[in-house]
Design a protein around this ligand. Structure first.
Ligand SMILES: O=C(O)CCC(=O)C(=O)O
Ligand SMILES: [Fe+2]
Length: 295
């Protein structure tokens, strides 16, 4: 994998002020065992994220946490300053997930340390990170890496599962307070949650005395995102059953009358990532009935 830098979007390591980064070394594609399984990819397509625990060893978590405490105010520059954070994303098990989602030549979009001070009782507004996007099915991935445990009282990120294909931009949903079906996941150190860029989310209050950090890296694919994961069994009865159940109206309680449209969109995304133009997981096989061409 080699992350490239588009100077029009974000400065490369050589231009970042005070940088100690050496990010130019390409790493070989990972072995198949590190790729997302078809089941994990089905979860990503359905919910808009996949949470992978135990990706990063304790020693490295600890080293990153120390850097985060020291450098949290560097925000966009942390990636360039902390060698330890880059080591996290060089681990084969981490590259494997990224490669499954965006391929092995992604483009850096941005990164940031998100910080919630101990006893900060304010939640962030609901939002989706910037979606300036004319792609039909392509998506960026946002990796949220946790160097420390974050139990619910510490304010790990809240998400709305399944919202990733309802395109909203930035704060256009900030007037909402709560959604039926919103999900806040307790986090163990060494976990990365990989988000589809469209997912609705917000940081939560921290009721502990300990500051909370999460590091986010956003990558854009540099290729079609077709059959990048371990596709073994992608059309097996078990996976089809999981995907089809998720397409039954009101599967996600916040969806309302658009649930059928969501199911068609997810079905299109499943066709895209599997590269199978005929597979149909939409409600009542709407895609096939409409003879929709897959482009
Ligand atoms: O800190 C978090 O949990 C999420 C922060 C976030 O999504 C943002 O500021 O864009
Ligand atoms: Fe965000």
């Amino acid at each position: 994998m080699k992350i490239t830098y588009d100077e029009n979007v974000a400065p490369g390591p050589a231009l970042a002020e005070g940088t100690v980064a050496t990010l130019e070394k390409p790493l070989p594609p990972v072995e198949k065992k590190y790729l997302l399984t078809a089941e994990q990819m089905a979860q990503f397509v359905t919910y808009g994220f996949v949470k992978v625990e135990n990706l990063v060893p304790d020693e490295l978590n600890q080293a990153v946490l120390e850097d985060e405490r020291k450098w949290f105010q560097t925000k966009f520059d942390f990636w360039f300053l902390s060698e330890n954070i880059r080591k996290v994303f060089e681990l084969p098990q981490v590259r494997g997930v990224l490669q499954s989602l965006v391929g092995d030549a992604p483009i850096f979009d941005h990164s940031f340390i998100h910080y919630v001070r101990g006893q900060n009782h304010r939640a962030q507004n609901w939002h989706a990170d910037s979606i300036i996007d004319a792609r039909n099915y392509g998506f960026d991935v946002q990796a949220f890496y946790w160097s420390h445990d974050a139990p619910l009282e510490m304010g790990p990120t809240m998400v709305l599962p399944g919202s990733h294909l309802r395109n909203v931009n930035l704060d256009s949903i900030s007037r909402y307070k709560n959604f039926i079906g919103q999900l806040q996941m307790p986090i163990k150190a060494g976990t990365i949650t990989f988000f589809h860029h469209g997912i609705w989310h917000c940081a939560q209050p921290n009721f502990t005395d300990t500051d909370r950090y999460v590091f986010k890296l956003r990558l854009r694919p540099n290729q079609e995102q077709v059959r990048l994961f371990n596709t073994d069994g992608y059309d097996s009865p078990e996976i089809m059953e999981f995907l089809q159940k998720a397409s039954i109206p009101a599967f996600m309680p916040w969806q309302s009358s658009e649930d059928r449209l969501d199911s068609v969109q997810r079905a299109q995304l499943w066709r895209y990532v599997t590269g199978d133009p005929n597979i149909d997981i939409s409600f009542e096989t709407a895609l096939s009935r409409m003879h929709l061409e897959f482009e």
